[in-house]
Design a protein around this ligand. Structure first.
Ligand code: HEM
Length: 400
């Protein structure tokens, strides 16, 4: 597949460099070729200590897809599948075609920061006879009082997260991954999400969700000293195959937008504890100013209410529990009664779900001001192995 045409000497050096040296050729000998924009040419590495799609900046388009191994498929088939998928992911992420049967959907475009991330659900270990290699962290998440989970859209033996800044590139990868599953695995559920397109804001900014809030401000940053400890499973862990990996908690959270949008902006801000316009705390400053959780107003009441989402979810209120939230918004149309089927494909990453998602969700479940406006409809927990070395496939350290 073409990664964009080669322009005049010099002009393309940058583009091809950014594309990681993937093959590119003049589109036609006659036409003046056009270089890809930086969006198209941006490439994320497939190999490395961690899988891609965890610390990669949010992409504009996302697909989540879960599979169950087919009846009769076990360890051998799973290993062959992970090898197939890994080869495919490396090709697609470098901007190349998906082999002979390529659909052509992504022709003309670059990988546009395509990432393909693979995880294993709890049941994967039963199906492959690898229960002794299953970490306790994959035990089912506790039930929460506000859960309204649909089992058919939850969990799964295998999970794949696809992200790209181009919708066609992302769809192309989704189809290729599904087809490469072949006879080994069947789709259990699939969800589609989106975020803002790169370049849509005048300068890089934290994303907004479909409630209009600036969302992602207080995420741990890779530059912070304790980032790796919070997000990635350390080497020396009991299950060596998971070193450099992480746990992904996935929740399809419907937003009850009709109810939410009836609230005045002031009430909406009190639900979160931050200003809607710029994400700054209600106690003042800018988006990055610390929340002054103890500050009271002239009426003697806390400025950031007791049940404000940003207060309850803060690590300081949860014994340090932290996670990297990396969601996509979703909109799956409008129900017959006019209600939008929209919300957040909440994906969060942590070294241990019992020190990340679980304690925070427990606390939110007990009294988050946001609860009346959301509904958790599906859930998944997946162990995401570390990144593959050159020549290795994802999960090889577990499956070989
Ligand atoms: C912070 C929205 C669900 C955990 C925030 C913020 C917003 C927000 C606007 C403040 C800005 C920021 O720091 O990012 C939402 C919405 C949700 C949702 C709309 C559902 C649709 C959840 C869930 C969890 C969670 C399910 C975890 C169980 C957090 C955490 C923070 C946060 C950890 C940062 C707190 C801090 O570090 O101070 N959320 N959230 N959120 N949220 Fe949520």
């Amino acid at each position: 597949r073409l990664l964009g045409a080669v322009g005049a000497a010099g002009a393309t050096g940058l583009v091809l460099g950014a594309a990681g040296g993937a093959a590119a050729h003049a589109a036609t000998s006659g036409d003046a070729p056009t270089a890809l924009t930086t969006v198209g040419s941006a490439t994320v590495a497939f190999h490395g200590e961690h899988q891609s799609g965890i610390t990669t900046p949010l992409q504009a388009r996302g697909h989540l897809i879960a599979f169950d191994l087919a009846p009769g498929a076990g360890h051998r088939e799973a290993a062959a599948l992970m090898r197939r998928w890994s080869t495919l992911a490396a090709e697609l992420m470098a901007g190349r075609a998906a082999g002979d049967g390529d659909t052509g959907v992504a022709l003309d475009a670059g990988p546009s920061s395509l990432t393909i991330t693979f995880g294993f659900g709890r049941t994967f270990f039963d199906r492959t006879g690898l229960v002794t290699q299953r970490p306790a962290e994959l035990d089912p998440l506790p039930a929460f009082s506000s859960d309204q989970l649909d089992d058919r859209r939850s969990n799964g033996d295998l999970w794949v997260q696809i992200g790209s800044d181009d919708a066609l590139v992302a769809f192309h990868a989704l189809r290729a991954i599904q087809k490469a599953a072949g006879e080994a695995a069947r789709v259990r559920w699939q969800m589609n999400g989106f975020n803002r397109s790169p370049g849509a804001t005048g300068r890089p900014m934290t994303a907004r969700n479909l409630m209009g809030q600036v969302d992602g401000t207080r995420n741990p940053k890779p530059s912070e000293a304790d980032f790796d400890r919070r997000i990635f499973v350390p080497s020396g862990t009991k299950y060596a195959w998971l070193a450099g990996g992480s746990y992904a908690v996935v929740r399809r959270i419907r937003m009850l937008l009709d109810d939410w949008e009836k609230l005045s902006p002031t009430k909406q801000e009190r639900v979160i504890g931050r200003r809607k316009s710029d994400g700054a705390p209600l106690t003042g400053g800018t988006e990055t100013t610390e929340l002054a959780l103890d500050r009271t107003g002239p009426d003697g009441k806390l400025v950031i209410p007791d049940n404000a989402h940003a207060r309850i979810s803060a690590p300081e209120q949860n014994g340090g529990a932290a996670m990297l939230r990396r969601p996509f918004s979703f909109h799956d149309g409008i129900d017959p009664d006019g209600t939008p089927d929209a919300g957040l494909l909440f994906v969060c990453w942590q070294a241990d779900p019992l020190r990340g998602f679980v304690p925070v969700q427990r606390k939110l479940d007990r009294g988050d001001a946001l609860s009346p406006f959301i509904r958790h409809e599906a859930s998944g927990l997946f162990a995401v192995p570390g990144g593959p070395k050159k020549g290795e496939y994802v999960g090889q350290r577990l499956l070989e």
